[in-house]
Design a protein around this ligand. Sequence first.
Ligand code: AMP
Length: 291
Amino acid sequence: MEVIRDPQQMQKRAMGWRRQGVVVGLVPTMGFLHDGHLSLVRIAKAKSDVVVLSLFVNPTQFGPNEDLDRYPSNIQRDLELCEQEGVSVVFMPDADAVYAADASVFVQEEQLSQGLCGLSRPIHFRGVLTVVAKLFNLVLPDLSVFGEKDAQQIRLIRRMVRDLNFPIKIISGPIVREADGVAMSSRNSNLDAASREQAVVLRKSLLDIQQAVSSGECSVAALRKRADGHLADTPLGALDYLEFVDNETLESVAEIGERAVLLAMAVQFPGARLIDNIVLERGAQAALQAK
Ligand code: AMP
C-alpha cells in the first residue's frame, strides 16, 4: 500500500492508471475509520482494479463554530485498517496543498442543499461538493462510493456528477450500525457515556415511525409525534430536525404516498451532532404485506 500526500503526485499516478485502462475506485473519508468506511472500501474493491481511500479532514465544510478542531484522528490505525482491506493508495494531502490561499472557485448547489443539514450548516455542502470535485479531478476514478448515512450528501453528489458531467459512477453503501442500532460515526467517539447511551434516540424514532407507516399511518403530522416520547427520554439530545422529504427532490411532504420518502433526523448532543435516516416506502411495504 502506498501513501500519497502530494496532490500533483496523486494526479500523475491517476493519469498513468487511466492510460493503462486500470479501473479506479475512490472512497472519500475524513479518517478515524470504522466499519462503515470499510464497508465502502469492500464495495469499491469488488468493482475496481485499484482502490484509493482519501483521508482528508476538509476545513471548508466546517462552519466557524463547528468541530473541526475536535474532529477525531488516529492515522496510524487508519493506515493499518486500509492495509488489511487491500486499499492500493491512501491519499492524505495537507489542507494548504489542496486549497490555494486565494482559492476563489467553489461548487455551489442551489436546490437539494437548502433544507435538512443545509439549514443548520449553511456552508457545509459547498465545502463537501468542492472537495469531492477536487478529489475527482485528482484521483480520476471510474467509480466512487459514498454511504447512505449521509443521505443528503450522496444525493447532492449525484446531482453534481449529473450537472457538471463528471464521467464517474456513484455507488451507495448501506448504513452500518453499532450493536445497539446507532449509526457508526467517527463523531460517536466525542460523546460522553451518557450521551452515547442516549444516541439510540435517532434509530428508535426512525424505526417507530417506519412501524407506524407499515401499519397504515400516512399523515406526517401524526407520524412526527411518534418521536416525541423518545426525545423526552433523552434530555441530552436536542432535536435539530426530523424531516419527511421526497427521496429524490428532497422537498417536504405532508403525507406518505406512492413515492419513496426520506425520513432524516439530526440531534445535537453536547459532544457531537448526530444524523441518521431511513427511506419509507408505503408501496413496497404494502406489496410485502400482501405476499
Ligand atoms: P466521513 O469520514 O464521516 O466523512 O464519511 C466518509 C464516507 O463514509 C461517507 O460517504 C459516509 O457517508 C460514509 N459513512 C460514514 N458512516 C457510515 C456508516 N455508519 N455506514 C456507512 N457509510 C458510512
